[in-house]
Design a protein around this ligand. Structure first.
Ligand code: ARG
Length: 716
């Protein structure tokens, strides 16, 4: 262990070195990495990766709907992303009569592609360092006004960048406010579903295999960007046409082998690599276990109902997958942070930092201030977790909270009919979507359990006074009985518990009725209590943590002036490079760098939903009918791993070879490095990708969508 700790410390703090696989780099700053990338196998120039004035690879990389990445793979705006990134859209289009989630979907013509209201995809036009502009505006500003001033200067830079065009612009902070960059996008909102394999291929292995290698999932789906006749973003219209991109990715089916150069281009969401020891302790000891326990409740109750009928399963599948994904994430992250002794590691780094900062008074208070902030915050940390993952984990309560807008409008001194109508309309629109996936049977049980957990695990003096009222009113022999009675009453009597009742209420909104509504009364009590009595402590903590965090990073940069630092992920475009590589998860076990279709057949289990295999795939496998997509041994490669540094948000990112061609589709990280968002471990950290040959085989041989294959530029 000691050796690893030293090696890691070196990777974080040694002057002048950067480890190939670690780092999510800003593409416009890649020049510092270029020599190393070339040595590892990159054949392109920096300008071919990112260029302001000419088309470059970056023009093919598309931010997908906020949480994912996609890439353009044809001159007609065809997008490739993960199945789990398209999951919600695919599930929404699914009914028991036309069940594309279970059966798959392959559009054989543009006319068959399916519209997705609310979905978006953004292409980056350019980025620019605006640190000087922001810093000038903030110079001399009082600490208490900094937030407002920052928002103001961001807005003004964004406005100038938009300059009456259809572009979207946003300024983002890097290195915790030590640098600022502007990003200008073209945001497309007519995004149509083109293809998805059945979920027992696209989500093969389900939650059992999730976050794990060896993997056999074909985690892909396809969409298309539509634009108006001028190739400009436009709302959905029959008259829109496929988008003509500046650039699309060519695809290579030459295959990959161990040691090959790989880069992953995409929009990683969030990492916290400069986190301190206090933050890690709080996460592993308190917050993460609470998140897992609270999510457990939802998952158990939903699963019970999903098992009863296909129609309920289809309605709840998307929420279930979303909650389960990060439920398992937090289990894995906690386990690996402990196994890799990351807390001890951070203590060590802090000790060295202290030593270095000994004669630097400007840095002397960072660690003591962190410590005090965390000590003060400790008792509130669980409360905010219980609000986010508990209270808001109850669909009924989340919906009820939204009714506070109408309460506000109704209780104004002079109620304004305009305001009331606005609130009513918004609630009606939200209700249309909300009740589609609202399952009262499971939700009643969830509300009972979550409320009981809140009551039992949150300090009494932090709870809303209303809790005592509730307990008195629904008093049972045990806590369990009390909260079950409460939940039952809420589901019988609340207008929010059914679409019809809520519509009836919204036709004739009435303040007294609203305030007597059990779901509303409880939601409001908890929310108000949180905002008034808890949130101020949390904000105080966040303020100190951010300010000190910002100085801390600045100090680390100063400590190693020659080191090529990379900023934490923040949903901006990044490139990470590395190579194809297996790993040894534990003593005596070696993981190969790829999997094949044979493994799908090995895992097949007709009795387990997660491991069922469609008969057509079995037939293709039996005939070894892999066409030109087989490897040199005649095998069908399914997944592979490489040591690229990715995180959530990179889902759907292209894995690109040294020639700039698409060879894989990144979709996950591995169990042994689940601590990766906080701490990069080069021994274990791997990116799990789907081999592009498997994707093409499925489109072509399984889906029969030769129309899509013809659109792409596939190189042998
Ligand atoms: N762990 C993957 C990610 O966050 C998502 C995989 C989706 N599959 C699943 N079984 N939930 O990128």
């Amino acid at each position: 262990m000691k050796k690893i700790i030293i090696a890691i410390f070196v990777s974080v703090l040694t002057i002048g070195t950067s480890i190939a696989d670690e780092g999510m780099w800003l593409p416009m700053l890649l020049k510092n990495n270029y020599a190393q990338m070339q040595k590892m196998g990159l054949k392109l120039t920096p300008d071919q990766l990112y260029d302001l004035n000419h088309s470059s690879l970056k023009d093919a990389i598309v931010w997908f709907n906020g949480g994912c990445t996609s890439e353009i793979i044809s001159e007609q705006g065809l997008l490739l992303t993960n199945h789990h990134c398209g999951y919600e859209a695919i599930a929404k289009h699914s009914t028991t009569a036309d069940n594309i989630l279970d059966n798959g979907f392959w559009a054989k013509s543009f006319a068959e592609e399916k519209e997705n209201p609310g979905m978006w995809a953004s292409v980056l036009v350019r980025m620019e360092d605006v640190s000087d502009k922001v810093n000038q505006a903030l110079a001399g500003v009082d600490t208490k006004d900094i937030g407002a001033k920052k928002a103001e200067i961001f807005k003004s830079i964004e406005k100038e960048a938009k300059n009456d065009t259809h572009y979207e612009a946003s300024v983002k902070s890097f290195f915790k406010d030590n640098a600022y960059y502007l990003f200008v996008f073209e945001k497309f909102t007519d995004i149509r579903l083109v293809a998805a394999p059945p979920q027992n291929i696209g989500k093969f292995g389900g939650d059992t295999d999730n976050w794990m290698w060896p993997r056999h999932t074909a985690d892909f789906s396809m969409f298309r960007i539509y634009a108006n006749k001028d190739n400009v973003p436009a709302a959905y219209s029959k008259d829109n046409v496929p988008y003509k991109p500046k650039r699309f990715l060519n695809i290579s089916i030459k295959g990959i082998k161990e040691g090959d150069f790989t880069m992953v281009y995409g929009f990683p969401g969030r990492t916290n690599r400069y986190e301190n020891s206090f933050g890690i302790k709080l996460a592993t000891d308190k917050v993460s276990p609470a998140i897992v326990a609270l999510r457990d409740v939802r998952l158990t109750e939903w699963k019970n109902e999903m098992n009863k009928s296909d129609s309920v399963r289809l309605l709840l599948s998307s929420n279930y997958a979303r909650v389960a994904n990060y439920w398992k994430y937090f289990i894995g992250q906690t386990e690996q942070l402990k196994r890799l002794k990351v807390y001890e590691e951070k203590l060590d780094i802090e000790k060295q930092f202290k030593e270095w900062a000994k004669n630097k008074p400007e840095y002397a208070s960072i660690l003591p201030n962190f410590e005090k902030a965390y000590t003060d915050y400790d008792k509130y940390a669980l409360h905010s977790t219980y609000i986010r993952e508990g209270l808001m984990g109850s669909a009924l309560i989340t919906r009820a909270m939204k009714f506070m807008s109408i309460e506000k409008a109704l209780s104004a001194e002079k109620p304004d009919p305009e305001q009331i109508k606005k609130a009513v309309d918004a609630l009606k629109i939200e209700g249309e979507e909300f009740y589609k996936s609202f399952n009262p049977i499971s939700e009643e049980k969830i509300l009972a359990k979550i409320t009981q957990m809140y009551f039992e695990n949150i300090a009494v003096d932090q709870q809303p006074p209303y809790m005592a009222v509730l307990i008195k009113k629904y008093k049972g022999k045990t806590n369990k009985e009390t909260f079950e009675k409460f939940a039952k009453a809420a589901f019988v009597n609340s207008v929010m518990a059914s679409k019809e009742e809520s519509l009836k209420f919204l036709e004739k909104p009435n303040l007294k009725k609203l305030r007597n509504d059990p779901a509303f009364a409880y939601a409001k009590a908890c929310y108000t209590n949180y905002i008034e009595r808890i949130l101020p402590h949390i904000e105080e903590f966040a303020k100190i943590n951010n300010t000190e965090g910002s100085i801390y990073i600045n100090a680390l940069l100063e400590m190693q002036p020659d080191k090529n630092f990379y900023p934490d992920a923040n949903s901006t475009i990044r490139l990470t490079y590395g190579s194809v590589k297996g790993y040894a998860p534990k003593d005596g076990v070696d993981f190969k760098y790829y999997t094949t279709l044979e493994g799908v057949m090995e895992k097949e289990n007709p009795k387990e939903f997660e491991f069922q295999v469609p008969s057509k795939l079995k037939e293709l496998y039996a005939k070894k009918d892999f066409g030109k997509y087989a490897d040199t041994n005649g095998e069908m490669r399914v997944g592979f791993i490489s040591n690229n540094d990715i995180t959530g948000g990179n889902s759907g990112s292209p894995v690109i070879n040294g020639d700039g061609e698409l060879v894989g589709l990144a979709f996950d990280g591995n169990w042994e490095a689940m601590s990766g968002d906080i701490y990069f471990d080069s021994k274990y950290k791997r990116t799990i990708s789907c081999d592009i040959r498997y994707v093409l085989f499925l489109i072509d041989k399984f889906g029969g969508a030769s129309n899509l294959i013809k659109e792409m530029n596939i190189k042998n």
